[in-house]
Write a protein that binds this ligand. Structure first.
Ligand SMILES: Cc1cc2nc3c(=O)[nH]c(=O)nc-3n(C[C@H](O)[C@H](O)[C@H](O)COP(=O)(O)OP(=O)(O)OC[C@H]3O[C@@H](n4cnc5c(N)ncnc54)[C@H](O)[C@@H]3O)c2cc1C
Ligand code: FES
Length: 354
């Protein structure tokens, strides 16, 4: 360890002003002591608007737990866009790679690029896997997953991981998508359900007459739902319904939820002028636009993590003015308040220490 540090320091003094990483990066773009990187190895279309991106991580990568997500940074037309994506491959990195599966958000900045434009060989930046949407170390006897759309991705990692073991526990997966063809991993899920009698798959195609799955129907699909350890991932409406159902049954602690975007309870107000004090940028913002997005669009280097109000990586100091918490609609601020930029919008003119 000490020898390694000595060598690195010696190399640093020899290569200054560039760092050894910069030279090594020219030889092997995946090698960096300071930054985690990965190379896109393959792309696999999943549905009309979703694709799997297989990534070979560089040195220092830590194995994910099934259900966790990684933050991926991609250079899109000269701007680094960072977004979290659930790992869809099982743990164990078969072939030394891991994968994410992305569904296009129309007019989104990164997802259309990942699905339609990125090519094998592209270098992406990575952060270590994180997140609590995982199985407990002691596997419960009965499990229930309620998912919709791209919400299947973390659960796919979990199911693929379970399928690597000898026995599949008693699992019920209730998954919704507009049509049969729009089910991400549809063929693989059906094949898993054929192979493992312990896995029961209920697909709900919402463009049929049956429409959206309600949580009242859950008891028909899975009569012992309340006795199962449960995980839910999907659009805000589904998650809100699920949380309410579990809460009403007095078993909220049995349900784990993964959100792909923040809960927004607030309509937003009039907006105002936002000044980013350290970077000297100033921009007008709508009253419903997360300050994280406002700053990124203005070219400010904004710290972020989950982008859903959970991890607090985006906290910044408010120097003046007031903001609205988009989750609750509550206004707060003036000076020296610390705000989560991913779930706060401006409520008038403000100044932020970024
Ligand atoms: C923990 C976690 C795991 C995730 N895993 C996956 C995954 O496995 N697969 C996947 O496809 N996505 C996943 N996401 C969502 C992903 O991080 C991006 O938000 C998504 O790809 C959209 O990014 P974008 O750059 O295309 O859109 P942006 O340019 O960021 O968004 C444009 C606008 O749309 C809003 N918006 C963001 N997300 C949505 C949405 N889902 N529906 C409607 N409006 C939205 C934003 O608030 C913004 O105003 C995950 C998110 C989180 C927090
Ligand atoms: S980015 Fe995680 S709380 Fe804001």
């Amino acid at each position: 360890m000490a020898v390694g540090r000595f060598l690195r320091e010696a190399a640093t003094s020899l290569t200054t002003p560039l760092l050894p990483d910069d030279y090594l990066g020219l030889i092997d773009p995946l090698w960096s002591h300071r930054r985690l990187r990965g190379r896109v190895e393959a792309l696999r279309p999943e549905t009309a608007d979703a694709a799997t991106i297989v990534i070979r991580p560089g040195a220092g990568w830590k194995e994910h737990r099934a259900g966790q997500y990684v933050r991926v940074g991609v250079d899109v037309d000269g701007v680094w866009q960072w977004r979290p994506y659930s790992v869809s491959s099982p743990p164990g990195r078969p072939g030394g790679t891991f994968s994410i599966t992305v569904k296009i958000l129309v007019n989104g900045r990164l997802s259309p690029y990942l699905v339609e434009r990125i090519r094998p060989g592209a270098i992406v930046r990575l952060e270590h896997p994180q997140g609590q949407f995982v199985l407990p170390r002691a596997l419960p006897e009965r499990l229930l997953f309620v998912t919709a759309g791209s919400g299947i991705t973390p659960v796919m990692s979990i199911l693929r991981g379970l399928a690597l073991g000898d026995e599949m526990p008693d699992v019920v997966l209730v998954h919704s998508a507009p049509t049969r063809d729009a089910v991400i991993f549809g063929e693989e899920l059906r094949e898993l359900a054929r192979r493992f009698p312990g896995l029961r798959l209920h697909e709900r195609h919402t463009r049929t007459r049956a429409g959206r799955l309600t949580m009242t129907e859950l008891a028909t699909v899975c009569p012992d739902w309340a006795e199962r350890a449960a995980w839910a991932c999907g659009p805000p409406g589904l998650l809100a319904d699920a949380e309410a159902r579990w809460r009403r049954a007095g078993i909220a602690d049995r349900l784990r939820v993964e959100r792909f975007r923040p809960v927004t309870a607030s309509e937003g107000g009039a907006g105002g002028r936002v000044r980013f004090a350290r970077s000297g940028r100033e921009v007008d913002a709508d009253g419903d636009a997360p300050l994280l997005v406002v700053g990124e669009s203005a070219g400010v280097l904004m710290p972020s993590g989950c982008r859903t109000g959970v991890c607090r990586s985006c906290v910044a100091r408010l120097l003046s003015g007031r903001v609205r918490d988009l989750r609750t609609g509550r206004e707060h601020g003036d000076t020296d308040d610390h705000i989560q930029t991913c779930v706060s919008a401006t409520a008038g003119d403000i100044e932020i220490d970024l």
